[in-house]
Design a protein. Structure first.
Length: 536
């Protein structure tokens, strides 16, 4: 919708005010004129009533009815506001209609109040009243007729007064012409005034603003009048000058900042290159240290293993020699010696297992796609799932960031968790394996989250407090060693990850694993370092 211009809005407002004032003046003036005309009409009606009453009083008795009616019609036609003339004759205390200009049947009587006023009136007094309550515009004038000084009748003249709006209508044409001329003059004067004093200065300001918007901050607007628009022009010139000066200072600061950023970028690139070289050298040093540590640990373990296994082997050797001679001679002693040999063999097994745990070295970590590893593992386990009536729910995300890990160690970890879930669902169920990335929080490095959730038997809080204790198991004897979750915890620690468990009896268990994602730069460094440290 098109917006009206300022001078049109001003013209409309001034015109509405002018027309409103003219209408108000017309109403006030019409009211005054109506009151004046009403007073004149009342005075004329009283004079005519008095003259008519005097004329009828002088008529000889009996009075001719035709003469009375023609006289009344003559009075009615003298002025347009007279609506009726009646002549009343007195009979006792009542006044009975004798003649009238209206088409009515004579014989009506005056109201008691009007009759009382007429009987008490003097000879020269005119009584005015309005018995018609429904029509306030009618005015009744009564003048008594006398015979030898006695009141023998009355003359009634009924006159209708014009309303204020009727009087105003007589002047409405003049008011309309005056309003049109006033609106025309206001429109013309407002347009010329705004064009000279408002539009031209505003156009100059807008032109200067467009030039400043286009980049010309040297523009200035000449001041031609000392008024509000002139003050606005001066402030605009001052503002443009300040903006020009600030823009110049900003350009200087930007140039200085660009130079500093360029120097800082160059220095940062040099530092990054030094950091890459240092990381590579650190990787090689750690690799050599791990190799030396492995050799030292292997030697120490071999010596300890020989020392600890020697004793039970000696015992086993002695008991075996004695057993040969006791098999026939004393079977009970032979059975006891067999139990002793079994105990020592179990001890050797524990020593070997402890030695293996001590010689387990830190796995070599390299960039690894954990989603691909999980999918290959699920494909390999599909026969076991079908045999156990387990439905696998795959929620593995795509394009997840890599992690630093060992595929062999992680495969062992995932297999232990899957086997635990299978054992927890002897009658079948659902196993949901999901992998997703956890976004950065508070500037921390993003993590890859892996969940193993089953719908199995679940665990009580008491059992959950012991699941990571070595040799602790709730499975039947011969079906569990109590080392599966211990190994899971060790592998998680080797990879710098975290492990949490949620379980509820009858609702299943969920293991949540979190691994730190590696950034692109770090991934490249790890791969490069692994290649550089691999022997030919």
């Amino acid at each position: 919708m098109r917006t009206l211009k300022l001078h049109i809005k001003t013209t409309l407002l001034a015109s509405l005010i002018t027309v409103g004032m003219l209408v108000a003046a017309l109403v006030v003036t019409s009211a005054g004129i109506a009151n004046l005309e009403r007073d004149d009409d009342k005075e004329l009606a009283e004079i005519e009533a008095r003259d008519l009453a005097q004329h009828i009083s002088e008529m000889p008795a009996p009075r001719d009815l035709e003469t009375l009616i023609s006289t009344a019609n003559l009075i009615k036609g003298s002025r347009p506001n007279i609506v009726g003339v009646r002549i009343w004759e007195r009979h006792g205390d009542e006044f009975i209609e004798q003649a009238s200009t209206e088409q009515s049947v004579p014989g009506g009587t005056l109201s008691p109040e009007t009759s009382e006023l007429l009987r008490n009136a003097l000879a020269s007094r005119v009584v005015s009243t309005n018995p018609d309550v429904s029509d306030k515009s009618l005015y009744h004038v009564y003048a008594g007729t006398f015979d030898r000084g006695h009141l023998n009748g009355t003359v009634e003249i009924v006159e209708r007064f014009d309303s204020i709006w009727t009087v105003a209508f007589h002047y409405v044409k003049s008011v309309v012409w005056m309003s049109l001329i006033a609106v025309l003059l206001i429109t013309l004067g407002t347009y010329l005034l705004f064009r000279r004093l408002v539009y031209q200065p505003i156009d100059r300001l807008l032109t200067a603003m467009n030039e400043a918007k286009a980049g010309n901050l040297d523009t200035q607007v000449p001041t031609q009048a000392v008024d509000e628009l002139g003050l606005l022009t001066q402030e605009f010139n001052s503002m443009i000058g300040q903006v020009h000066e600030m823009s110049r200072e900003r350009e200087l600061q930007q140039n200085t900042l660009r130079e500093k950023v360029r120097d800082a970028t160059t220095e940062l690139e040099e530092r990054n290159q030094q950091l890459r070289e240092t990381n590579l050298e650190l990787w090689r040093t750690n690799r050599r240290m791990n190799e030396l540590g492995r050799l030292a640990a292997a030697g120490q373990t071999a010596a300890q293993f020989a020392h600890e296994v020697g004793t039970p082997l000696n015992l086993i050797s002695g008991h075996v020699q004695l057993l040969r001679s006791d098999l026939v001679r004393n079977p009970l002693d032979a059975e006891a010696r067999i139990r002793t040999i079994g105990t020592q063999i179990e001890r050797i097994e524990r020593i070997v297992r402890r030695m293996l745990d001590k010689t387990r070295f830190e796995a070599e970590l390299s960039p690894l796609d954990i989603t691909m590893l999980l999918r290959r593992l699920c494909e390999a386990m599909s026969p076991a799932f079908e045999k156990r009536r387990i439905r696998l729910v795959d929620k593995l995300g795509d394009n997840l960031p890599l992690i630093a890990g060992s595929s062999d160690r992680l495969q062992q970890l995932f297999l232990n968790l899957i086997n635990n879930s299978l054992d927890a669902m002897p009658d079948g169920g659902d196993l949901t394996i999901s992998a997703a990335v956890e976004p950065n929080k508070n500037g921390k490095q993003p993590r890859v989250i892996v969940n193993f959730a089953d719908t199995g038997l679940g665990m009580t809080p008491d059992i959950m407090s012991h699941i990571f204790d070595p040799l602790y198991t709730t499975k039947e004897r011969g079906h569990g060693t109590g080392l599966g979750l211990v190994i899971v915890s060790q592998i998680i620690n080797e990879h710098g990850g975290t492990l949490s468990v949620e379980s509820e009896p009858g609702r299943g268990t969920c293991f949540r694993l979190a691994f730190s994602a590696i950034q692109n730069d770090l991934s490249a460094n790890v791969e490069y370092a692994a290649l550089a440290g691999t022997p030919d």
